[in-house]
Design a protein around this ligand. Structure first.
Ligand code: ARG
Length: 457
């Protein structure tokens, strides 16, 4: 492509370090769409003849068919997807292929291709997030009354409903989707026509290529357009946060499915056995989802470090943007699919969950609240009194609800047998009707709101 200036070809090592075709072949569809839009615009503005444009477009479609049929031979010597496509076009249609690169550079070409790619990836990921949310909403509806222990510090805190717990992830995922959508809005500007860095003297029409490629508008500064990758970074930041959420949920699945907890059972389809221990059901898919955050936020860190300190405009460093981003976006997509699958066939042990919900004096707060409400005790004092009741129960080796009224009277005279009503986990969750609280009716309300938002009904 630049033989005019050179007398020797590249060293083999140069070729190896320089080539990106090993990974950027993925951009073929975006690259060809960009070239078709560019050639069409060049013909509309009189820079190219209509005949050349037609030959180019027909040839590009043929190249695309070859790639999709697996008959295209990618060449490392041709460095990247842009030159591989153009070289094949040249073989097919001859001279007009050489006119395609008028008023364009690989710098604006790759920026355009990659924006289109990340935009598509965002659309896929958002759809996957919505699918997972809907799955969780469905589960929350059936588990709205299921009582489980709520934890802080992984210590029994207060009983909650399993539906409420699942809906917490629906909220997180909703913000994750929102972050991707925000990133998409800022991403959706067209770099094509920025050329190498300074724009072009040809009378191009950037509005035309923007419309053809579904961009909202052309980018306003050619240097910025070819040299920033913040659109990828934003997508990777959104991906990292989403992967962090999935990792937390995956960790909970690992804990809940252990023999000691036994709250849920992952289906055979999402578990593995052990080659030595016949009893084992290992939550490998959940563990891998828990781990994927490593490479996803690794990609974010990697690209931030690549970009920092780069002077404007394009530098070859920026070719290091793609491999990590592809891997991260793929990993998130796979994680979302795996979590959706695991939630879909999760078997819930409601009895075990409810039994565990009552352990660890989980209704102690209900006792303190009762003292405030019924005996007009200041909360700080009620807290202290309740602490003594817990200590007594601990000494007796029983739960709060197994203490007798005489036991309670030794702690505080004001406690009456009415108190037993609030010591059950059932009552505890039912009473938490404050907005955003865990009561079954709240869970159903939130699930209905999300269901209609997600299904548009
Ligand atoms: N393969 C290159 C990349 O991914 C395309 C742009 C090359 N531009 C250049 N001036 N060498 O960044």
């Amino acid at each position: 492509m630049w033989g005019g200036r050179f007398s020797a070809g590249p060293d083999a090592i140069m070729e190896e370090i320089n080539a990106s075709i090993g990974f950027d072949h993925r951009l073929y569809r975006q690259d060809i769409a960009g070239s078709i839009a560019h050639a069409t615009m060049l013909a509309e503005t009189g820079i190219l003849t209509q005949a050349d444009r037609d030959a180019i477009v027909a040839g590009l479609k043929e190249v695309q068919s070859e790639i999709e049929a697996g008959t295209f031979t990618f060449s490392r010597a041709l460095e990247d997807i842009h030159m591989n496509v153009e070289a094949r076009l040249k073989e097919m249609i001859g001279e007009p292929a050489g006119r395609l690169h008028t008023a364009r550079s690989r710098n604006d070409q790759v920026a355009t291709d990659f924006r289109l790619y990340v935009r598509d990836a965002i659309d896929t990921l958002v759809a996957q997030i919505r699918t997972l949310q809907l799955e969780l909403v469905g589960r929350a509806e059936t588990e709205a009354e299921t009582i489980m222990p709520g934890f802080t510090h992984l210590q029994s805190a207060q009983p909650v409903t399993f539906g409420h717990h699942l809906m917490a992830y629906v909220e997180m995922l909703g913000r994750d989707a929102g972050r991707f959508e925000d990133a998409r809005r800022r991403l959706n500007e067209n770099p094509l026509g920025s050329a190498a860095l300074a724009g072009t003297s040809f009378p191009i029409d950037r509005e035309m290529t923007s419309a053809a490629l579904g961009f909202d508008r052309p980018t306003a500064n050619s240097l910025d357009a070819v040299s920033d990758r913040d659109f990828v970074l934003e997508a990777l930041a959104a991906a990292s946060i989403c992967a962090m959420h999935l990792s937390r949920f995956a960790e909970e699945l690992v804990i809940w499915s252990s023999a000691q907890f036994g709250f849920v059972r992952l289906s055979d389809k999402f578990s593995t056995g052990s080659s030595i221990m016949p009893q084992k059901r290992n939550p490998d898919a959940a563990e891998l989802v828990r781990a994927k955050i490593g490479r996803i936020m690794g990609a974010l860190t990697s690209l931030l470090v690549v970009m920092k300190g780069l002077p404007l405009a394009y530098s070859k460093d920026m070719q290091e943007d793609k491999q990590v981003a592809f891997d991260a976006l793929d990993s998130l997509s796979l994680s979302l699919a795996a979590v959706t699958g695991m939630v879909g066939d999760l078997v819930v042990d409601r009895t075990r969950m409810a039994a565990a919900a009552g352990s660890g004096f989980s209704t102690a707060t209900d006792l303190a609240d009762w003292l405030v409400r019924v005996a007009n005790v200041p909360f700080r004092d009620a807290h202290h009194i309740t602490g003594q009741a817990v200590a007594l129960a601990e000494r007796k080796g029983c739960g709060l609800d197994a203490l007798t009224i005489e036991d309670f009277k030794t702690v505080d005279e004001r406690i009456t047998s009415q108190v037993f009503k609030v010591l059950g986990v059932e009552n505890s969750v039912r009473s938490r009707t404050s907005f955003g609280g865990t009561a079954p009716q709240n869970v159903l309300g939130q699930a209905a709101r999300w269901r209609s938002a997600l299904t548009g009904e």
